[in-house]
Design a protein around this ligand. Structure first.
Ligand code: FMN
Ligand code: ADP
Length: 313
């Protein structure tokens, strides 16, 4: 897949185009993008995805610093490429760009620069400063002579996958339900940093994770069964997200730490990826380290059962 950050000099033969933020690249996105790839084959053209960065809601300050995302730009790019899209254009989203009307955007970008052959629009996709109605889009397509299709909504297990619905599930800790709409487990990347070195003492060493992208959504506090990718291999693990009240009292900052099963190596500063499978319990303030240790042994049994069922260990 070719990746560009501008439409200047974009060369695509008979471009079949769609646009959007595609946060999460969930099952709905995947079926839209697969249809794009099919359509491009049909007309012997190239599939082109137009996306924007940073997220419009950040640029337009429509949130209070709380907005988090399901995918980093890197993850999004990889997922879109795996579907077989020919070209990805990541346009810098600016306030000036946001001020463009839909019809000017179509004329200046899609027609003059990209020379779009066919446009595929998600059923609820809004674009342009003023938004645009289906009728108006149909009219512009006829005037300029490009093909136009509307896509979706798709139905996944009786639900309509949306980035917002998936973000809500993850924020609530329901990573299992989120994964059904995503079509894969929700993952986070980071680097292993050192902690208080208490883990080893209680028989459960943990890799403390410092996230690579601070804008990535972190699941609700609690304990989760997870899959771990480290040193080029895959492991099972149990991860805790929270302030570790047993040790830190009420003031602990939120940390992510994973105990990896059947693993015993010094791995400080290594890159690690964690995929969340299922939340097993909330974080608890135990009366002593001994009580925490006992609970961790129970957690280990419960989490290993889940990982066996999922074929991870
Ligand atoms: C699976 C798992 C569950 C945990 N659950 C809790 C918990 O419920 N409450 C708590 O205070 N700390 C919990 N912890 C965090 C431990 O307090 C922490 O791993 C231990 O203190 C080691 O810290 P260190 O990495 O800084 O040495 C949990 C850790 C893991 C790996
Ligand atoms: N099974 C394991 N799971 C996680 N980390 C492990 C494991 N075995 C060894 N380690 C190593 O031990 C370190 C964690 O030990 P711990 O006592 O919890 O110290 P820290 O407080 O620095 O995290 C990890 O960063 C990693 O290098």
């Amino acid at each position: 897949m070719k990746i560009k950050s501008s439409i200047e000099g974009l060369k695509a033969s008979r471009p079949v185009l769609t646009m959007g933020m595609f946060d999460g690249v969930h099952k709905g996105h995947v079926s839209l993008l697969s249809q794009l790839v099919e359509k491009a084959k049909e007309v012997n053209g190239e599939s082109v995805v137009l996306t924007f960065w940073p997220h419009p809601r950040l640029v337009l300050r429509q949130d209070s610093g709380q907005l988090r995302f399901l995918t980093t730009l890197e993850e999004k790019t990889k997922l879109i490429s795996e579907i077989g899209v020919d070209q990805l254009v990541i346009l810098p989203f600016t306030r000036e760009f946001a001020g463009l009307s839909a019809s000017r955007f179509i004329r200046e970008y899609l027609i003059d620069k990209i020379r779009v052959n066919h446009l595929l629009v998600g059923y609820n996709h809004r674009f342009g400063h003023d938004g645009i109605s289906r009728d108006k889009l149909n009219e512009l397509a006829q005037n300029y002579g490009f093909g136009l299709d509307f896509f979706g909504p798709v139905n996944v297990l009786g639900m309509n996958p949306s980035s917002t619905a998936i973000r809500n599930y993850i924020s609530d800790g329901d990573v299992w339900e989120a994964s059904r709409l995503l079509g894969r487990f929700y993952g986070l990347q980071g680097r292993i940093v050192s902690g208080r070195r208490l883990g080893r003492e209680i028989g459960f060493p943990t890799a403390n994770i410092e996230m690579d992208d601070p804008l990535k959504l972190v699941p609700h506090d609690g304990v989760y069964a997870c899959k771990v990718h480290l040193l080029g291999k895959t492991f099972g693990g149990m991860i805790n997200i929270g302030g570790r009240p047993t040790i830190e009292g009420e003031t602990g900052h939120r940390s992510l730490e994973v105990h990896i099963f059947y693993f015993n190596k010094e791995v400080y500063s290594e890159e690690i990826t964690v995929e969340f499978i299922k939340r097993t319990r909330p974080e608890i303030k135990f009366p002593s380290l001994e009580a925490l240790k006992e609970r961790l042994s129970l957690d280990e049994r419960e989490v290993k059962d889940i990982l066996k069922k999922e074929g991870v260990i």
